[in-house]
Design a protein around this ligand. Structure first.
Ligand code: ATP
Ligand code: MG
Length: 231
């Protein structure tokens, strides 16, 4: 598939309502994210943050307006190219049944064990994985191998690093983490987001403060748009 690098993202007067819903969730979203920028979205529950993320991942199409990558309407980008260009990390840091290694390699099935370990090391996950009962071969959903929220997020971030997408969409974990894990996750985030375009639904102040730009969403509208220091 086409490797999209340096991806800019655009929402051009996007109007959206869920197929099942009556209310307009996004009345007129209009914003451009230059390639490489890390954008944090904050806003009350129900304000539309996840909806914006889902539109970028093309789970839905707008009612009117355009969502575009590098100026190309998502509807004109082949599905395989789009999937290669975008990685989405959800709050649950979705892990599949299978080994830790399988979960990391999901973004690039051809990856060797050495590739998987290199990604885990870069993310800072190698240490805890090595201590699991069967190391990289540990089954993630098995008893005795229950990963903490922070550890799941690290595995998901290692997967993103290996998949090497131009765009990262992240719904940050809300669950509490101990300070050491939190620090590791923040460091991992910086590694993963460097050189990529990122849209983060931010739940942590540290994430907001290190973003290039913060969008405050209220009832589907951007009510503030600026550097963290401006807010
Ligand atoms: P939170 O901080 O709680 O995650 P959010 O900002 O992500 O909230 P969204 O999930 O984008 O908010 O929801 C925006 C609006 O869209 C809400 O009114 C919600 O009820 C509605 N909504 C979300 N998902 C659906 C759906 N699948 N079908 C119909 N309406 C939905
Ligand atoms: Mg949400």
């Amino acid at each position: 598939p086409l490797r999209i690098s340096d991806a800019s993202v655009e929402f051009r007067h996007v109007e959206f309502r869920y197929p099942s819903g009556e209310e307009t969730v996004l009345p007129d979203l209009d914003v451009r994210i230059p390639a490489g920028q890390t954008v944090a979205m904050v806003g009350a529950t129900g304000s539309g943050k996840s909806t914006i993320a889902k539109l970028l991942a093309r789970f839905y199409d707008p009612v009117s307006g355009v969502v575009a990558i590098n100026g190309v309407d998502l509807r004109d980008i082949p599905e395989t190219d789009l999937r290669a260009a975008i990685a989405m990390v959800t709050q649950e840091s979705f892990l599949f049944s299978g080994s830790v290694a399988d979960n990391i390699a999901l973004g690039r099935p051809s990856a060797s064990r050495a590739d998987v370990e290199a990604a885990a090391k870069a993310i800072g996950a190698h240490e805890f994985i090595s201590k699991l009962p069967d190391g990289y071969d540990s089954e993630v959903n098995k008893r005795g191998c229950r990963l903490s929220a922070g550890q799941r997020q690290l595995v998901a971030l290692a997967r993103v690093l290996l998949a090497d997408p131009a765009i990262v969409i992240l719904d940050e974990a809300t669950s509490s983490m101990d300070i050491a894990t939190e620090r590791t996750v923040q460091r991992a985030l910086r590694t993963v987001l460097s050189g990529r375009t990122a849209l983060i639904i931010a739940h942590r102040l540290s994430t907001v403060l290190t973003a290039d730009r913060v969008l405050v969403i209220e009832r589907g509208r951007i009510v503030e748009d600026g550097r963290p220091s401006d807010l």
